[in-house]
Design a protein around this ligand. Sequence first.
Ligand SMILES: NC(=O)c1ccc[n+]([C@@H]2O[C@H](COP(=O)([O-])OP(=O)(O)OC[C@H]3O[C@@H](n4cnc5c(N)ncnc54)[C@H](OP(=O)(O)O)[C@@H]3O)[C@@H](O)[C@H]2O)c1
Length: 356
Amino acid sequence: MQTQQTALNGTVSTRRMLLDRAPDGDLTTGHFRMSTDVLAQPADGEVLTRTLYLSVDPVMRKIMTNRTSEPNGLNGVFGLGAGDPMRGRTVGVVEVSNDPKFSAGDFVLGWGGWQDFAIEKASALVAVAPVAGQPLSVHLGPLGRPGITAWLGIVLTAKVEASDTVLVSSAAGAVGSVAGQLAKSRGARVVGIAGGAEKCEWLVSTLGFDAAVDYKSADFLQQLEEATPDGVSVIHENVGGAVLDAGLGRMSAEGRIALCGLLDGYQAGIGEAFAYKNFGLLLDRGLTLTGFRIDELTGHHQQALVELRGSLESGSIVTTETVTEGLENAPDALVGLLAGKGSGKHLVKVDDSFDR
Ligand SMILES: NC(=O)c1ccc[n+]([C@@H]2O[C@H](COP(=O)([O-])OP(=O)(O)OC[C@H]3O[C@@H](n4cnc5c(N)ncnc54)[C@H](OP(=O)(O)O)[C@@H]3O)[C@@H](O)[C@H]2O)c1
């Protein structure tokens, strides 16, 4: 097969961010180190990609289990141990293709990880096109896993209708900000939970939430009660722990909970259990709690993307990004995300060659 390539000739070396040691408790930038390695040439069926954007996700902390050889319950995702290169979703450009599906210059969504260049299997890549008025990173945000996940929670799992009052936790995050707006576009009353007055103000004034409450505030429970005078019929849950417990306390009879994520426990470690005071309300009020996972619902992704793209184009969904510049600063980006810095989709811009 004829190999297609751009101006990038000869040996390619790449910087790679490694997890130097698995954290026990809060993650710091000291848990990472950079290495530089020479990449092999792509074999048949492989392509060499240049990373443009990296996705930064809370689940990266969850998989730092120091058990690289066992699945950790994340639907086939394996843990990251000391010395492993950081994995993750990327948008890149094909530099060299050894597969007929891709040509040099194509933009692709892949799992390139935290590195400047990656050799990826063509079968694992999806071609993506620039979207008018949006950066290429939109394919890691509202038109990527966060957007699809939000749709799966609000539309497929909770089946939100105009009569619902919907509570969204981590509402200023990548998934939560889209989930709340999807619920709003169905006519529901939407209340967000976020950390800090500034994020709460943004949810109401920019994203059009009906109310937002600050879970870090001393009067959080009172704020939540005042924001949900008629109770809550749907929760899109991203956090768990005390935040979910508070939401459970506001649920109306026959309410539905779409359990999307439990990021409250990601820093503490898998197995650290929170003692729910309101667990019994699942029984007493006939609530339905449904966990869902994006990788098990691939048959619905296309339908989700059609609505998400239409909503972005019509302006019924607006999004924001927190962008960190430079691969060397990726650890700061993840540590900052876990500490609640920034809002919307968190990304690292590795290469700005294709900026609009
Ligand atoms: N089910 C699925 O298939 C699926 C797929 C993708 C993602 N997820 C899950 O969806 C959830 C949201 O993911 P995302 O990528 O959009 O992340 P995200 O919500 O953007 O996560 C970052 C935000 O989480 C909040 N946060 C961090 N620690 C917290 C804590 N202890 N308590 C409350 N809030 C905390 C912070 O916001 P504040 O400033 O508001 O604290 C931070 O800005 C995660 O649980 C993730 O694992 C599930």
